[in-house]
Design a protein around this ligand. Structure first.
Ligand code: ADP
Length: 275
């Protein structure tokens, strides 16, 4: 069993000694740490001035302007927002890779959370003329304890992609309980679309950072290839699982399970912060 290892330009293909292997591992870990720190610092430094650019563009748009000036400013505003979401994604991913994001478990209403996400995405779906449906199956726990912000981020990414890559038909989010020995152990989420689908030889790569299933995807649909990498990290942080099945040209199904602690004591909705 040859171990291939590359340190700088030195590539060896012989069996490594314990010490060499340890050193190589340390080197790899340090490089990863340095990369993540660099990305986190850079994105943070870029975000502050960028927010000022976007903020003042928004303010300028509220003043008396000609149609031409409004058009130019809207392009600036749009480009600024795209850049901001890219920077935010890089920041999220570097935090996730360096284990800087932690789970903040709080009690929340799962039904309301998924409804809220669907409502947000419905605007986009309506614009494209496609249906966005939500099915919450009987027995799905209402009051659960987990990290609602991270669950929202995961679902927004998956539904966002489904809507983005679907030009006609529908996107359906189904939520149902998964029982084990008579007890609800997990909640299952399925995001099914009738979109462009993913080519079979690319299906295993879509969860990697900066990967897009087709080389022309970003030109046609926009995006950076970071969303699913973030989703995968968030899901593993929450100790869940995610997989995708797809038929090219027909549509895709993303299947997600999350362990959600059901709270026996029912908390009334108005006592919860659902925003
Ligand atoms: P982005 O959407 O920003 O390109 P993602 O990491 O979210 O990046 O997705 C990676 C790639 O996976 C996309 O570029 C696209 O090729 C493919 N993909 C993701 N979701 C879907 C979907 N629902 N239907 C078809 N292709 C998808």
């Amino acid at each position: 069993n040859n171990t291939y290892i590359s340190i700088g330009t030195d590539v060896t293909s012989r069996n490594l000694t314990e010490i060499e292997l340890k050193k190589a591992k340390e080197f790899a870990e340090e490089s990863l740490k340095a990369k993540n720190e660099f990305l986190a610092n850079m994105s943070h430094e870029i975000r502050t001035p960028l927010n000022a650019v976007i903020g003042f563009t928004d303010l300028l748009l509220e003043t008396n302007l000609s149609a031409e000036q409004i058009e130019y400013l809207k392009t600036m505003q749009n480009s600024g927002n795209i850049l901001l979401s890219l920077i935010n994604n890089v920041l999220d991913l570097s935090k996730l890779e360096s284990n800087k994001l932690t789970i903040e478990e709080i009690p929340f209403n799962l039904h309301n959370k998924v409804k809220e996400v669907v409502k947000l995405m419905k605007i986009k779906a309506d614009e494209k003329g496609i249906n966005l449906n939500l099915i919450i199956e009987n027995g799905t726990p209402t009051q659960v304890k987990s990290d609602p912000t991270k669950i929202g981020q995961i679902l927004l990414n998956l539904i966002g992609n489904a809507v983005k890559f679907t030009n006609e038909g529908s996107v359906i989010l189904t939520v149902k309980p998964l029982q084990e020995e008579g007890k609800i152990r997990n909640v299952y989420f399925e995001i099914k679309d009738t979109g462009i689908g993913i080519v079979s030889n690319k299906i295993n790569t879509v969860f990697g950072a900066f990967t897009q299933a087709k080389s022309d995807t970003s030109r046609i649909y926009g995006g950076t290839g970071l969303g699913l990498a973030i989703v995968k990290k968030l899901v593993s942080l929450l100790k869940g699982t995610i997989k995708v099945e797809s038929v090219f040209g027909k549509g895709s199904v993303f299947k997600l399970t999350l362990p959600l602690k059901q709270i026996s004591k029912q908390v009334s909705d108005d006592k919860l912060n659902l925003n």
